[in-house]
Design a protein around this ligand. Structure first.
Ligand code: CTP
Length: 472
């Protein structure tokens, strides 16, 4: 089969002529070929395998390109990378044995193109296109990767136990590809993941998180999380989620299975946002439910305080997975913490004051919070579903009205600490905080409008009450 259309980018001709000059046969391999055949987005990452020295080939290609881009060399891996016109080119020498047993560090040992292909993760990633003059553009597919692409199957070129023990990250990659491409993992590969899942523990958290993100960014992320759960990987990576599994029953009263509910929420939210952090929020919004679950005869099952508990767990989870403990983490924490607020004020209880408080507390995250709450409606009862959704519609409408009138979302106090100090000739003291808080509360409660004249009058009143004297 010929795939010259995959080699339209003129960079391939440059690589081919450098390789010919060095007498180093080379091939395009991996994700670029796979995605081309799938007519997925054309990948900006191109992997080239050299039958010989990949680093030397990279250096020669760089020299042949305009402005000679810089080559980054990773000697231990025998790889070299360069970036040209938005494309990342990675060169590697064909290897025979790719990985040592206890780490991801490859042992470099020269091999043929087929040696290299068979040590790759999946048959669909082991497709190679020749860049050599004798068969330029020919597809090399010794492991039936084309067939597996057609049948939507994730299959390892070798015995899956060997492929996965070469590099345990591949267990996660299998699940990630199954989710992204909506492919089936071959039963023997799935069995091997179940058997070898504990080996994921030798993989760095950073690499695990990259795969988790790719699963989360997929159209239907539940595919991945169900596979992670089924293979035992989820229990090692995010045990907070597996703890949500199961339905308890006491005296005939049952609660829903919060794990499967969470996955439904995740799939729902994926239809409304590409923001991966909002998707994380959907994944984690109920994690506080496992440790707060209680049963009492009077009220049945409760999860009191699960939002606060959950938001604290977010910090520990991010820390354990070595994810950034920055504004993204705080955003997830905030949304988990506030995840029940819109529900609490929806329906008959939607007062202006409650809406103002919600706007004040959520700030810029309000839109995302509403998206989360709407995704959280997973009832199969059509009538209830419509009622809940309609209630949120009303909350959104009320929010718009209140926001247009009172501008609460990015609340700036109409009276500053400095104004208060000036009015009462004060040095910094706790009374300033008391007055500011009093004014804020009065605005949120709707006792005064959010404007400086009304706030000034209230400030004078409150100051007097506190025994402060005005300048005038
Ligand atoms: N590969 C592998 N084992 C790994 C990682 C990668 O065998 N643990 C091989 C596969 O042939 C893969 C290629 O290296 O196609 C490039 O890897 P990478 O860039 O990580 O993935 P892609 O397949 O290109 O897919 P994506 O861009 O979606 O991550």
């Amino acid at each position: 089969m010929h795939f010259e259309q995959a080699l339209k980018n003129p960079i391939f001709k440059t690589i081919a002529s450098c390789a010919a000059a060095l007498e180093t046969p080379c091939y395009v391999v991996g994700g670029y070929v796979r995605d081309f055949i799938l007519s997925r987005h054309t990948s900006q990452d191109i992997d080239v395998v050299a039958i010989g020295n990949g680093i030397e080939l990279a250096e020669s290609v760089a020299k042949a390109l305009p402005n000679a881009p810089k080559v980054s060399i990773f000697k231990t891996y025998g790889t070299a990378m360069l970036r040209f016109k938005g494309v990342n080119l990675e060169f590697v020498g064909a290897r025979k044995e790719s990985y040592k047993k206890e780490s991801r560090n490859p042992e470099i040992c020269e091999g043929t193109i087929e040696d290299d292909q068979k040590r790759r993760d999946f048959t669909i990633n082991a497709l190679a296109i020749s860049l050599n003059a004798s068969d330029y553009g020919t597809l090399l597919d010794p492991f039936n990767g084309m067939e597996d692409l057609k049948n939507k199957r994730i299959v390892t070129p070798l015995n899956p136990n060997l492929t996965f023990s070469d590099d345990p990250l591949r267990m996660l990659r299998a699940i990630r590809f199954a989710t992204q491409l909506e492919f089936e993992i071959d039963p023997s590969a799935l069995e091997a993941i179940e058997k070898n899942h504990r080996r994921i523990q030798i993989i760095s958290k950073e690499r695990i998180v990259i795969e988790l993100h790719k699963i989360l960014e997929s159209k239907k992320p539940s595919i991945g999380f169900l596979l992670l759960e089924r293979t035992g990987l989820l229990d090692l990576i995010i045990p907070e989620l597996t703890a949500l599994k199961g339905i308890d029953e006491v005296e005939g009263q049952r609660h829903k299975d919060n794990f499967y509910h969470t996955l439904e929420v995740l799939d729902n939210i994926a239809q409304h946002t590409n923001n991966v952090w909002l998707r994380w929020t959907a994944l984690l919004h109920d994690i506080g439910k496992a440790p707060t679950k209680k049963f009492s005869k009077k009220v049945g099952w409760t999860f009191h305080g699960h939002e606060l508990k959950g938001s604290k767990m977010v910090y520990h989870l991010f820390k354990r997975l070595k994810m950034p403990l920055n504004d993204k983490m705080k955003y997830v924490q905030k949304l988990v913490f506030m995840s029940s607020r819109p529900i609490a004020i929806s329906g008959a209880a939607t007062t202006d004051a409650a809406v103002r408080r919600l706007l004040f507390d959520a700030g810029d995250a309000i839109g995302d919070l509403m998206t989360l709450c709407e995704a959280d409606i997973t009832t199969k009862n059509v009538r209830k579903f419509k009622t809940y959704l309609n209630n949120f519609k009303m909350v959104r409408q009320k929010m718009e009205e209140v926001e247009a009138r009172d501008q609460i979302r990015n609340f700036q106090p109409p009276i500053s600490g400095e104004d208060i100090m000036k009015a009462f000739e004060l040095k910094p003291c706790r009374e300033i905080g008391i007055i500011k808080e009093f004014i804020k509360e009065a605005i949120l409660e709707g006792q005064i409008p959010n404007e400086s004249n009304a706030a000034h009058t209230l400030m004078l009143e409150k100051g007097k009450q506190l025994g402060l004297k005005t300048r005038l």
